[in-house]
Design a protein around this ligand. Structure first.
Ligand code: G6P
Length: 619
């Protein structure tokens, strides 16, 4: 949610900043801007409404020289998306320019105080208040930028990642964070001179260096052209920068011949999941090795219950995780929307295990939920994709998905990565607790091992649906139905369609349909039913009958070889047979493809759907 890029070094900053903005565009794309200081120490700011290309177009006629700069791509919180509200924001004297990700909660009172001191404002943003407040600190304390930022942030309530330029000191870049991520890339050029890169995540940095420092909450960093990287916290205590090595490659950030990241990520799933389970499933000894569980087995064996906190798609995978952990490890599991959990004074015991599931590892509500759980003494476990992310660092232990960077705003491979990771976790706990019969445990290990191949089969057998999807562009509503493990899949299928095609869709437990949604069914209503030949097959067949007799259009997901549901359906997706608990990993694939192709047929921007952002770092 909003992306920040920065650079200081010997190279021209503008191309680095623009490329970085393109990489971060998935975080927000309603407006973008850049600030540069040129050799004459002029500070220029250029901003445009819309995507980063609009900014590029504007800048093609401007002087964009300079070897220090900051840039921003925005997802609006305060003030509508337009050029004035876009970042960077100038201070009153236009000596300072600042970009910001997050929300300054007390901006109104700060603004009132500034107005009393003669400051005037161009925008409605909390960010302009922040840059003016920094200038106010400079004016009143006659201090350097670094100190002014430190003083200013002490007065700020809220979350922020900021980067700031001062034209009176064109050799320094200052940044800070609290609650929103910021990473500093550290490198030396061929002449041995230092360069620093800033990014909201590693994607704008990896092209230049894999050595990074993750800024921690309430830390302020100053970088200069001599190679100085000083970090202090708000209490002015010097911190030692810890250099980490990124595990990411550039080609993971490219579309690799696919028209969209979403389609690439859908097709990447078999390989992504192979990487996710590599080293964790031992097929020879029929074992599951999750170091996060092994190192903390007492916590899991003795816990009273598990609470999983998540948002969006991650909440859906958490629900599947609940069903499996309860079945395999016999531990009660509650699944919570992090945004609700954090504000409703939940009962949390010190012997609870709280698991945060988050692709980005930065979702503000999920982070706040685990901070609350920590304050009550619970053991925290993180299931994240982004390495070094805030949630990964705030938890006591955890497991990374290792499915590679996910760029498409609609989550696909992270969902299946989360489901399989929660499956591994359930098995690992079950092994420690001895809750599964050996034969069943071994059979599940064997089956899990085959899932990536079965995903490939599913992709190969359902890929030609572009034409079929076109038939649904006229639809205003969809219903998705599933039971048991496939109820969360119905929720996820409906969410995917809503997110990228803007067609209203509802996911429902199939039998609950009778208590309301069936009233919506008529000959215009497509009903997607997940009906594998497993578990509650016969019950789902009855549910399909109920829809058919009301003339609804049936789109089903069936097991290969099924004829009964196939005959009842207007269209059928096939998946290979697998155990009930692993069906979601296969059944979700045709639903991802369906939403993708319906959105394409409607001419939507699938990678950057309106109003959404990949990483929601504000509440
Ligand atoms: C946003 C994204 C979703 C994601 C959700 C939770 O809404 O658009 O794709 O599921 O945030 O994000 P997380 O990174 O915590 O999984």
């Amino acid at each position: 949610m909003c992306g920040i890029v920065g650079y200081i070094g010997d190279q021209e900053a503008y191309p680095i900043l623009i490329k970085g903005l393109h990489r971060l565009e998935y975080r927000g794309y309603d407006s973008a801007g850049v600030a540069l200081i040129n050799n004459e120490s002029d500070l220029s700011v250029y901003k445009a409404k819309g995507k980063v290309v609009a900014l590029e177009q504007l800048c093609s006629e401007k002087d964009v020289s300079g070897t220090i700069g900051i840039a921003h791509t925005r997802w609006a919180t305060h003030g509508e998306p337009n050029e004035v509200n876009a970042h960077p924001h100038f201070s009153q004297s236009r000596h300072l320019a600042l970009v910001h990700n997050g929300i300054i909660e007390n901006y109104k009172s700060l603004r009132a105080e500034l107005e009393k001191n003669g400051f005037t404002f161009c925008s409605q943003t909390d960010t302009e208040v922040l840059v003016q407040w920094v200038e106010h600190m400079q004016n009143t304390h006659h201090c350097d930028l670094y100190t002014a930022v430190q003083l200013a942030l002490k007065n700020v309530v809220g979350a922020y990642a900021i980067a700031i330029l001062d034209k009176t000191n064109p050799d320094q870049l200052v940044c800070a964070r609290k609650g929103s991520p910021l990473i500093i890339g550290v490198s030396k050029n061929e002449s041995g001179r230092s360069e620093f890169y800033l990014g909201s995540d590693a994607t704008p940095i990896i092209e230049y260096t894999n050595k990074v420092v993750y800024l921690k909450d309430e830390e302020i960093a100053i970088m200069d052209r001599t190679g100085r990287l000083d970090i202090t916290n708000l209490a002015n205590v010097k911190q030692t920068p810890q250099l980490c090595t990124l595990q990411m490659s550039l080609d993971q950030l490219e579309k690799g011949g696919f028209p969209h990241f979403m389609l690439k990520e859908i097709w990447e799933q078999p390989n992504a999941l192979r990487t996710c389970i590599r080293g964790r499933l031992n097929i020879v000894d029929k074992d599951v090795i999750l170091s996060g569980i092994l190192d903390n087995k007492d916590k899991f064996i003795n816990c009273r219950r598990i609470i999983i906190c998540a948002c969006g798609t991650s909440w859906h995978s958490a629900l599947i995780g609940k069903y499996f952990i309860e079945e395999a490890a016999h531990i009660p599991v509650e699944v919570e929307y992090a945004s609700e959990f954090r504000y409703r004074n939940p009962v949390i015991y010190p012997d609870d295990v709280v698991i945060a599931v988050s692709q980005s590892g930065e979702t503000a509500d999920t982070l706040a939920a685990i901070q609350l759980a920590k304050s009550k003494g619970a053991f925290l476990y993180g299931i994240c994709n982004v390495i070094g992310s805030s949630i990964a660092r705030a938890t006591d232990s955890g497991t990374y998905l290792h499915v590679g960077p996910e760029i498409g705003v609609a989550s696909t491979k992270a969902f299946t990565g989360q489901v399989i990771t929660l499956g591994l976790l359930g098995l690992a706990i079950a092994k420690e607790k001895g809750t599964l019969d050996d034969k069943i445990f071994h059979m599940l290990v064997d089956e899990l091992q085959q899932i990536p191949d079965k995903m490939q089969w599913t992709l190969d057998h359902n890929k030609d649906i572009a034409h079929f999807a076109q038939m649904f562009t006229y639809c205003k509503n969809f219903i998705y139905l599933g039971r048991g493990y496939n109820y969360p899949v119905a929720l996820e299928g409906a969410l995917k369609l809503k997110e990228i095609s803007y067609i209203h869709a509802e996911g429902y437990p199939a039998a609950e349909m009778k208590h309301g949604p069936i009233a919506l069914v008529d000959e215009e209503m497509p009903v997607v039913v997940i009906a594998p030949k497993r578990g509650m097959y016969d019950k789902v067949v009855s549910n399909i009958q109920e829809i058919k007799s009301r003339k609804g259009k049936i789109i089903s997901v069936v097991t290969e070889g099924d004829t009964v549901v196939k005959e009842m359906s207007d269209y059928c997706f096939v998946i290979p047979d697998t155990r009930d608990c692993f069906v979601p990993l296969l059944a979700v694939i045709p639903l991802q493809l369906l939403s993708y192709y319906v959105a394409i047929a409607k001419g939507r921007n699938v990678d950057q759907p309106r109003n959404l952002a990949k990483s929601v770092t504000v509440e």
